[in-house]
Ligand binder design. Structure first.
Ligand SMILES: *[C@@H]1O[C@H](CO)[C@@H](O)[C@H](O)[C@H]1NC(C)=O
Ligand SMILES: *[C@@H]1O[C@H](CO)[C@@H](O)[C@H](O)[C@H]1NC(C)=O
Ligand SMILES: *[C@@H]1O[C@H](CO)[C@@H](O)[C@H](O)[C@H]1NC(C)=O
Ligand SMILES: *[C@@H]1O[C@H](CO)[C@@H](O)[C@H](O)[C@H]1NC(C)=O
Ligand SMILES: *[C@@H]1O[C@H](CO)[C@@H](O)[C@H](O)[C@H]1NC(C)=O
Ligand SMILES: *[C@@H]1O[C@H](CO)[C@@H](O)[C@H](O)[C@H]1NC(C)=O
Ligand SMILES: *[C@@H]1O[C@H](CO)[C@@H](O)[C@H](O)[C@H]1NC(C)=O
Ligand SMILES: *[C@@H]1O[C@H](CO)[C@@H](O)[C@H](O)[C@H]1NC(C)=O
Length: 902
C-alpha cells in the first residue's frame, strides 16, 4: 500500500485504527505549552513518515535551517532503509544548521548511516559536531563505530541546554585526516523538561556526598535499559520519544537472576514529586531480581557490564519499583549497589525509599572515570545483610547511563577500536557485491563455503515441535524472555547495543561481511561471552533430557532429534536440538553463530536459551513452544480450527518477528525459510518465528557460491532468489505471502497429487483466483462468511503484493505488518458492529475439522527444508514458462523457473 492510500484510509478509519494501533497511552511531558519537535531528514526535500513511531520527517532542503546551499546530497547507495537513514547530506567543509529555539533543555538526536555516498568512501569520513558551546563529537568516524559495534547505522542522543535564541549545529570535517568529509542523515531536536536536576545525585565513591549539579551541562545518553523487560520503542516512552533497551545482553556471568512482571493487582502510582516523563510505566512494570535462592544470592552478584568512554563523568540513574507481593514492607529486600567495585549505596531498600509497593523511585549516582579510550563500567547488586533482612535479594527495574560534559563542554570520546576481524575494506562492505573481484575475496569465500555447508547442516536440524503438553505456568520467566503482556510492536528495537553509546539501531543492507559479530565489549571478547548466552555442560543436557530418553523426542529431522527437556531443577521446559557431533573447526563456526543468535531476542522469535559444545556435541537449547507449529492448527490436524482473528493475530506476530530480524538486529537477518512449520505457538497463542539466524547474511550469500546453497522450501521459494541467487529481505516477504494464503486457504503450499495442475502450487493458484476475483471460493470452508469483506480484501491484496515477481515490487515486512494490523482492525470493527460473526475459539468439531482430517494428500518430501542445488532438475519441468504463464498458473515451479531475470 503506498502512502497516499494509507493516508486516505487513515482519514477514513483514523480514530479507531490509531487508538487500536497505538495501544500504549502517551503520557505527555509537561512541556507541551511551548514544545518543539523538529525532525529533519537530511539531504532531501521529501517528507517521509515513520509510521512506527508516528513521526513525520521533513526534508531539510525545504526548511530555513539550511543557510548555505554548498553541500551535496546523496541517496543511499544500496537498499532502502527507513527514514531518516535513506538520504544524507554531505559536507566537505564546515557547515552550520541554525535552529531558532527558545532557551531551555533539548534532546538532540543525530542519525548516522555510514555508507559510500556518491564517489566517497565510508571510511574516509571523519568529522566534528558542535552544538552551541558543546563539542558533541570530534574526529568521529561513524564507519569505525558501526563496524566495531556491528551495526549499520546509529543514533547519538544528547541533552543540551540552549541559552540563546538560536542553536548552531556545525559539522566540521576533520582537518587531520586526508579526504575527510562529514555527513548526517537525520537531525531531531525536541524540547525536554529538565530531567536531570529533578533529584539529588550522589557521588558513587562510598562517601555518599552530593554531586553539585551544573544546569549548564550537556549529557550524552549511553544506555537506557528496561531491566527485566523488553525493549520499548520511542512511541512507548512517556512523551520524550526515548527508546529503552532490553538489558539482558549486558549481564555479566552466569547469574542472570530472574525477570518478572508486576502482580496484576498492583498498580504503578507515581508519587506526586515524580513526573511521569522520568520513565514510562512499562519500565517499572518489569524487573530483574537475583532469584529465589538465598544461598546462591549470597555467593553471587547480579552484574551488568556497560562499555563507556574513559575520562568522563557519568550519571547513572537507577529506576526501582517493588511490583510483586509480598514485597510491601521495609527490610524485606535490602541490597548494595556497587559501581565499578565501589559502594555507591548500601542498605538500599526500595520500599523504605519509595513508601510502598507499586510506587516508583529513582536514584542518581555520579561516577568519575579516568584514562582515555574505552572502558567497562560495572554495575553490581548484592544483598546487604547488615539489617535483619528477610529475603537475600536485590531488584532493578531500569537503568540509564549518561555521559556528562563536565570538562570544557566536551562530550566527544575516541572512536572505538574495532576487533581485528571486523576491519574490512569498506568498499567491500558497502558496494554491490557483484562488482567484487573474485581473487580478493577468495580466501574469505573458501572459509565461508565450508562454514555455509556446515551451517546449512545445522539449520537442517529439524524443528518439528509436535508439542502437546501445556507449558507449566511459571511467573518467573527465563532470562531474556520478553514480557507476556507486551503488545506493542518494537521494530527498531535498538536492541543489541553491545557497546558504548546508546540508541544504536538496525542493520539494513544485506551485503555486510558478517565474518564475525565480535561482541565488541573489549574486555571479554572471548569466543563466547557468557553474558550473551547460557552455556550448558553436557552433563546438564543429559540430566535435562533424561539421557536423551527416546520418550522425550518431540520430532526428528534429517540431521538430528529434538527433545523436550527440563532445566533449572525442572522449573523451565525447553526444547533441545541435538545435531551430529562436530569437528574442531565446526565448533568455532558453531560458536560464532551462537553468538549472533543469542543476541536476537524478541517476543515473536523463539529464543535460543543456550548451547552445549562439550565432547564435540552440537546442542541448542530453545524455549519450549506448547502449541507446536502453525501448520498443525491449519490442516491435516485434529486441532480445532483457528478463528480468523486468531489467524490474523498469529500472522501479525510472525510478521513482527520477521520485521525484527530484518531491521531490529545488528545485522539484517534473512530468515530464508519462512513457512508455517517455522512459526510456532506458545501456550498463549503468541506466534514465534523459529529456525532463523543460522542462515545469517554476509558473504555466505556471495554470488560466487550461493548457487550451491539455495535454501528454502518448495512452495515458498522466492522466484527471484531462485533465478538470480540474490537474496534479500524480500525473499522472506515472498515466503510470508505464501504463508498468508496458506493460513487463509488452509491447504499446503504444494499438493502434488489428486488436484488439477493449476492448483498444485498455492501461490500460483491463489494469485490466479485473486486476480479473477474468485478468491473467496478457495478459502478455508470454516472461514466462509466469517471474514469481514473489507478485511479479506485488505488481507488478500497484501498477500498478493508479497508474491510480486520482482522483489522490488514487494512491500517491506514492515508494510505487510501494518496492513495486517489494519486488516485485523477491520475485522474487529465488523465483528463489533455485528456485521460478521467471527466464530469462537473453543474447539467444537465443525464440519471443517472433519474435512480437514481427510484432507489433501501428503506434500512432496522435498517440501521440507533442504539444501538444494540450483541445477536440480525441478522434476524435469520445462524452463520455458514466461510471464504470461504466471497469470495462468502452470507447473509447480513456474514461479521459480521463470527465466526472465537471468
Ligand atoms: C505543567 O506545568 C505547569 C507550570 O509550568 C503546571 O501549572 C501544570 O500543573 C503542569 N501540568 C502537569 C500535567 O503537570
Ligand atoms: C514560548 O516560546 C516563545 C518564543 O518562541 C517565548 O517568547 C515564550 O516565552 C515561550 N513561552 C513559554 C511558556 O515558555
Ligand atoms: C500522530 O502524530 C500526529 C501529528 O503529530 C498527531 O496529530 C496524532 O495525534 C498522532 N497519533 C497518535 C496516536 O498519537
Ligand atoms: C550562529 O551562527 C551565526 C552565523 O554563523 C551567528 O551569526 C550567530 O551568532 C551564531 N549563533 C550562536 C548562538 O552562536
Ligand atoms: C571548521 O571547524 C573546525 C572545528 O569546529 C575549526 O577548527 C576549523 O578552523 C573550521 N574551519 C574553517 C575553514 O572555518
Ligand atoms: C541552562 O543554563 C543556564 C546557565 O547555566 C541556567 O541558568 C539554566 O537554568 C539552564 N537551563 C536548564 C533548563 O537547565
Ligand atoms: C495480590 O495478588 C497476590 C497474588 O498474586 C496476593 O498474594 C496478594 O495478597 C494480593 N494482594 C491484594 C492486596 O489483593
Ligand atoms: C560482588 O561484587 C563486589 C563488588 O564488586 C565484590 O566485592 C564481591 O567480591 C563480589 N562477590 C562475588 C561473589 O563475586
Amino acid at each position: 500500500m503506498n502512502h497516499a492510500t494509507f493516508l486516505s484510509l487513515l482519514l477514513i478509519f483514523g480514530a479507531p485504527l490509531l487508538s487500536f494501533y497505538f495501544t500504549v497511552p502517551v503520557l505527555a511531558a509537561n512541556s507541551t505549552s511551548n514544545s518543539t519537535h523538529i525532525l529533519l531528514s537530511c539531504g532531501t526535500s521529501e517528507t517521509s513518515i515513520d509510521y512506527v513511531n508516528n513521526l513525520t520527517w521533513i526534508g531539510d532542503s525545504k526548511t530555513n535551517y539550511i543557510s548555505q546551499k554548498a553541500s551535496q546530497t546523496s541517496p543511499i547507495p544500496y537498499g532502502s532503509p527507513s527514514v531518516p537513514y535513506n538520504n544524507a547530506r554531505i559536507f566537505t567543509s564546515n557547515y552550520t544548521y541554525t535552529f531558532p529555539l527558545s532557551p531551555g533543555r533539548y534532546f538532540l538526536r543525530l542519525y548516522f548511516n555510514p555508507a559510500n555516498y556518491s564517489n566517497l568512501i565510508a571510511s574516509d569520513s571523519y568529522f566534528a559536531v558542535t552544538a552551541g558551546p558543546y563539542t558533541l563529537l570530534s574526529n568521529f568516524s561513524a564507519w569505525i563505530t558501526v563496524t566495531a559495534l556491528t551495526y549499520d547505522y546509529l543514533v547519538r542522543e544528547f541533552s543540551i541546554n540552549v541559552t540563546s535564541t538560536t542553536l548552531n549545529l556545525t559539522f566540521a570535517p576533520s582537518t587531520t585526516q586526508p579526504k575527510a568529509y562529514a555527513f548526517i542523515n537525520g537531525i531531531e531536536i525536541m524540547s525536554s523538561p529538565d530531567i536531570f536536576s529533578t533529584s539529588p545525585a550522589y557521588l558513587a565513591d562510598g562517601t555518599n556526598s552530593l554531586f553539585p549539579y551544573d544546569p549548564g551541562m550537556a549529557f550524552q545518553t549511553m544506555y537506557r535499559l528496561n531491566v527485566g523487560g523488553r525493549s520499548l520503542n520511542r512511541f512507548e516512552d512517556s512523551g520524550l520519544y526515548r527508546s529503552w533497551d532490553d538489558d539482558s545482553i549486558y549481564i555479566f556471568g552466569a547469574d542472570f537472576g530472574v525477570t518478572f512482571q508486576k502482580d496484576s493487582n498492583v498498580t504503578i502510582e507515581y508519587p506526586s514529586t515524580m513526573p511521569q516523563y522520568i520513565a514510562p510505566v512499562l519500565v517499572y512494570e518489569t524487573a530483574r531480581s537475583m532469584g529465589p535462592y538465598p544461598k546462591i544470592n549470597l555467593n553471587s552478584n547480579l552484574t551488568w557490564i556497560l562499555n563507556v568512554d574513559a575520562g568522563f563523568y557519568y550519571l547513572l540513574r537507577f529506576h526501582f519499583c517493588e511490583i510483586q507481593y509480598p514485597m510491601t514492607k521495609v527490610n524485606q529486600r535490602v541490597f548494595f549497589i556497587y559501581i565499578n567495585n565501589q559502594t555507591a549505596q548500601s542498605q538500599f531498600d526500595v520500599i523504605a525509599y519509595s513508601g510502598g509497593i507499586g510506587i516508583p523511585i529513582y536514584m542518581d549516582y555520579v561516577v568519575i572515570t579516568a584514562g582515555s579510550g574505552q572502558m567497562d563500567m560495572w554495575v553490581t547488586l548484592h544483598p546487604d545483610l547488615s539489617t535483619q533482612t528477610e529475603y537475600f535479594d536485590a531488584i532493578l527495574n531500569g537503568l540509564e547511563v549518561f555521559k556528562m560534559s563536565k570538562v570544557e563542554n566536551n562530550l566527544a570520546g575516541l572512536n572505538p577500536v574495532p576487533p581485528p576481524q571486523n576491519i574490512v575494506d569498506p568498499t567491500r562492505a558497502f558496494n554491490n557485491k557483484h562488482k567484487e573481484s573474485k581473487g580478493k575475496v577468495m580466501a574469505i569465500i573458501v572459509g565461508v563455503v565450508g562454514s555455509v555447508l556446515l551451517l546449512s547442516f545445522i539449520v537442517c536440524i529439524c524443528l518439528f515441535m509436535i508439542y502437546k503438553q501445556k507449558k507449566k505456568k511459571d511467573k518467573v520467566s527465563e532470562e531474556g524472555k520478553v514480557s507476556e503482556e507486551a503488545t506493542v510492536w518494537t521494530p527498531l528495537s535498538f536492541y543489541g547495543i553491545s557497546n558504548s553509546q546508546s540508541d544504536v539501531s538496525a542493520k539494513t543492507n544485506t551485503t555486510s561481511t558478517g565474518t564475525s559479530t565480535g561482541n565488541g565489549t573489549g574486555s571479554h571478547n572471548s569466543s563466547l561471552p557468557a553474558n550473551l548466552c547460557r552455556h550448558f555442560s553436557f552433563h546438564e543436557i543429559l540430566a535435562a533430557t533424561n539421557r536423551f530418553d527416546e520418550a522425550l523426542v518431540l520430532g526428528v529431522g534429517g540431521f538430528g532429534k529434538v527433545y523436550q527437556g527440563e532445566i533449572d531443577n525442572g522449573s523451565t521446559k525447553v526444547a533441545i536440538k541435538r545435531g551430529n557431533p562436530l569437528s574442531e573447526q565446526g565448533i568455532h563456526e558453531f560458536q560464532t553463530e551462537i553468538e549472533l543468535l543469542s543476541k536476537l531476542r524478541h517476543r515473536h522469535l523463539v529464543s535460543l536459551i543456550g548451547y552445549c559444545e562439550e565432547e564435540n556435541e552440537m546442542i541448542l537449547v530453545y524455549d519450549y513452544m506448547a502449541r507446536g507449529t502453525l501448520r498443525e492448527h491449519l490442516y491435516k490436524t485434529q486441532n480445532a480450527p483457528l478463528t480468523w482473528k486468531q489467524r490474523l493475530e498469529i500472522c501479525i506476530g510472525a510478521a513482527r518477528g520477521l520485521h525484527y530480524l530484518h531491521t531490529g538486529a545488528k545485522h539484517t537477518v534473512i530468515h530464508r525459510d519462512v513457512k508455517t512449520t517455522n512459526i510456532l505457538l506458545d501456550e498463549k497463542w503468541v506466534a514465534k518465528v523459529s529456525d532463523f539466524g543460522l542462515s545469517k547474511t554476509g558473504p555466505t550469500l556471495d554470488h560466487t557460491h550461493v548457487s550451491t546453497v539455495v535454501k528454502g522450501s518448495f512452495g515458498y521459494l522466492d522466484p527471484e532468489y531462485f533465478r538470480r541467487q540474490q537474496l534479500s529481505e524480500k525473499s522472506d516477504v515472498y515466503s510470508f505471502g505464501v504463508v498468508l494464503f496458506e493460513v487463509l486457504c488452509a491447504r499446503p503450499p504444494i499438493i502434488s497429487n489428486d488436484v488439477p495442475k493449476e492448483q498444485v502450487n498455492l501461490a500460483d493458484w491463489a494469485l490466479f483466483c485473486q486476480r479473477k476475483g474468485v478468491l473467496e471460493e478457495i478459502i478455508d470452508s470454516y472461514l466462509k462468511g466469517k471474514i469481514a469483506p473489507q478485511c479479506l480484501k485488505k488481507y488478500a491484496e497484501t498477500a498478493e503484493k508479497c508474491l510480486a515477481d520482482q522483489g522490488i515490487d514487494r512491500p517491506s515486512i514492515g508494510d505487510v505488518l501494518w496492513n495486517l494490523e489494519f486488516a485485523l482492525q477491520l475485522q474487529i470493527n465488523a465483528e463489533e458492529s455485528g456485521s460478521v460473526v467471527g466464530g469462537t475459539t473453543s474447539g467444537e468439531e465443525t464440519p471443517a475439522v472433519i474435512l480437514r482430517k481427510k484432507e489433501l494428500a501428503d506434500e512432496p518430501t522435498s517440501e521440507s527444508t533442504s539444501t538444494t542445488n540450483t541445477t536440480m532438475s525441478m522434476g524435469g519441468r520445462s524452463i520455458a514458462s514466461t510471464d504470461s504463464d504466471r497469470l495462468a498458473p502452470s507447473a509447480v515451479f513456474s514461479e521459480i523457473m521463470n527465466p526472465k531475470g537471468q
